[in-house]
Each structure stands twice: as structure tokens, then as C-alpha cells.
Design a binder for this molecule. Structure first.
Ligand code: UDP
Length: 241
């Protein structure tokens, strides 16, 4: 049953980093973790949210890892984007097992694996209450999946882009290393850029600022938190104008 009108963010894009999928393994995909995340996302879909997801690839390959080994950056970045497709397929499978129909749309076309990214196609799936998973980032090297998440959230007309992390918001320093780190409830885009806070890369924040879309940083480690976010009760940092 839909509770659309009651949600704080009826249309939301959740960005999940590749690292969130690897659990404690330190590499690759931990199916138990993916199932738990998919369960949370499926619950949000059932609550009536028109839900989009962008997943990263850092658990498998990052472009900068390749350049550190002597590869050219663009080629390494394409490998990073391909890694995100594997994660997207794992998430799609887990979402469908959790009873939430899902479609992967890739910015790098691979028609035997998933649909290509076509904006109207993505909107069509959202209208049919499917979770849309955007894979292969922006399709361009020299970008990140944070920028892809912000871009797709704007294209889908989302109310916000929610970045899933392992902590409950943005801190002045890493709270796991610095006990004096200060947590922010709200920040402006300019503060994030000026203080160089490690939230999203500068391109993603600037894109959010220019298009007036709020960025929410919340913890995905706490089960059920996506739904709490939709209800407006999750502890999170909100970045806006
Ligand atoms: N990437 C890219 N263009 C994009 C998105 C991603 O080239 O639009 C590449 C880049 O090499 C990046 C990798 O894909 O390191 C994985 O994405 P990201 O590092 O954003 O994943 P996350 O940190 O969220 O797991």
C-alpha cells in the first residue's frame, strides 16, 4: 500500500558506495550484506518512495588504483565503471528476491546484460514502481559515482540525493580517528566546499548547489534507516543552499 503523501522525500536517489557491499571481507561482494541493504531499499519502495539507486565500484576497482600501477587514467576509470555494473547486478538480484522489481540501466551500453541508460526509460520504470539502479557512473572517465548520483537525481526530479555512509552524518574530521570531531546537522554547499569536508567530491557538490537539490548524509549501517530517512526521523546531515 502506498503512503506517498506522508513521505518527506517521495522521490529519492540513494547513493551506495561499493565499499558498503563488501562487508568485512575487504574486497568484492558480501551477499549477506547485499541482502540486508536490498531489504532496506525494498522496504522504502513498499512505503511508496519512487526510488533510484546509484552504486559505486570501490569494492572491486577504482580508477586511481589503476593509475598507481601505471595505467592511463581513462582506461582505469572505464574499469572502475564496469565494476559498478557488477555491483548493480548483485543489488538488482537481491532486490527482486526481496520482492521489489528492479531494473539496471547502464551509462555504458551492454544490451545483453542490462538496459542502456535512457532518461525516459528510467522515468517509465519509476512510474511503474520499479527500483531503478543506475550503473557505470556517468559513463565518462574523470568522474565519480557521487557525481553520477547527483546528476541522475536531478534528471529523475528527485527531492534529494541521499549518500549512504557508515556514520550518521558529516563530521569536521573522521569520528573513528578523532574523538573531538564535530558533527553537523546542516551545512550549506559553500561550507562543504570551503571547509573541504569529505562528503562528496567538489564536482558533485557544485552540481547539487547549481540545481538546488539537497544532499543528505546518513548511516546505512543501521538497519531500517532508509525508511526512517523517508519519514524524516533518521539522524543525518542535510546539505542545502
Ligand atoms: N568512474 C568513472 N566515472 C564515473 C563514475 C565512476 O570513471 O562517472 C570510475 C572511477 O574510476 C571510480 C570507479 O569508477 O574510481 C568507481 O567509482 P567510485 O570510486 O565513485 O565508487 P565508490 O567509491 O562509491 O565505491
Amino acid at each position: 500500500m502506498s503512503t506517498l503523501g506522508a513521505l518527506k522525500y517521495p522521490r529519492l536517489l540513494v547513493k551506495i558506495s561499493g565499499e558498503a557491499l563488501m562487508g568485512r571481507n575487504g574486497f568484492g561482494i558480501d551477499n549477506v550484506v547485499v541482502e540486508r541493504l536490498a531489504g532496506d531499499l525494498a522496504e522504502a519502495r513498499r512505503a511508496g518512495c519512487a526510488l533510484s539507486v546509484v552504486v559505486g565500484g570501490g569494492n572491486i576497482f577504482r580508477g586511481l588504483q589503476g593509475t598507481a600501477r601505471g595505467m592511463d587514467r581513462a582506461t582505469a576509470d572505464y574499469m572502475g565503471m564496469l565494476a559498478t555494473v557488477m555491483n548493480a547486478l548483485a543489488l538488482q538480484s537481491a532486490l527482486e528476491a526481496a520482492g521489489a522489481p528492479a531494473r539496471v540501466l547502464s551509462a555504458i551500453t551492454m544490451p545483453t546484460v542490462c538496459e542502456p541508460y535512457v532518461r525516459h526509460r528510467a522515468l517509465y520504470h519509476l512510474d511503474r514502481e520499479r527500483v531503478v539502479i543506475f550503473a557505470a557512473g556517468t559513463g565518462n572517465p574523470f568522474f565519480t559515482t557521487d557525481t553520477a548520483a547527483t546528476l541522475r537525481a536531478i534528471e529523475m526530479g528527485c527531492d534529494a540525493v541521499a549518500k549512504a555512509t557508515q556514520v550518521d552524518g558529516v563530521y569536521s574530521a573522521d569520528p573513528k580517528k578523532d574523538p573531538a570531531a564535530k558533527r553537523f546537522d546542516t551545512l550549506t554547499y559553500s561550507e562543504v566546499l570551503a571547509k573541504n569536508l569529505k562528503v562528496m567530491d567538489g564536482a558533485a557538490i557544485a552540481l547539487a548547489r547549481d540545481n538546488h537539490i539537497p544532499v543528505i548524509v546518513f548511516s546505512i549501517d543501521e538497519p531500517g534507516n532508509v525508511n526512517k530517512l523517508l519519514q524524516g526521523t533518521a539522524r543525518a546531515t542535510i546539505i542545502h543552499g
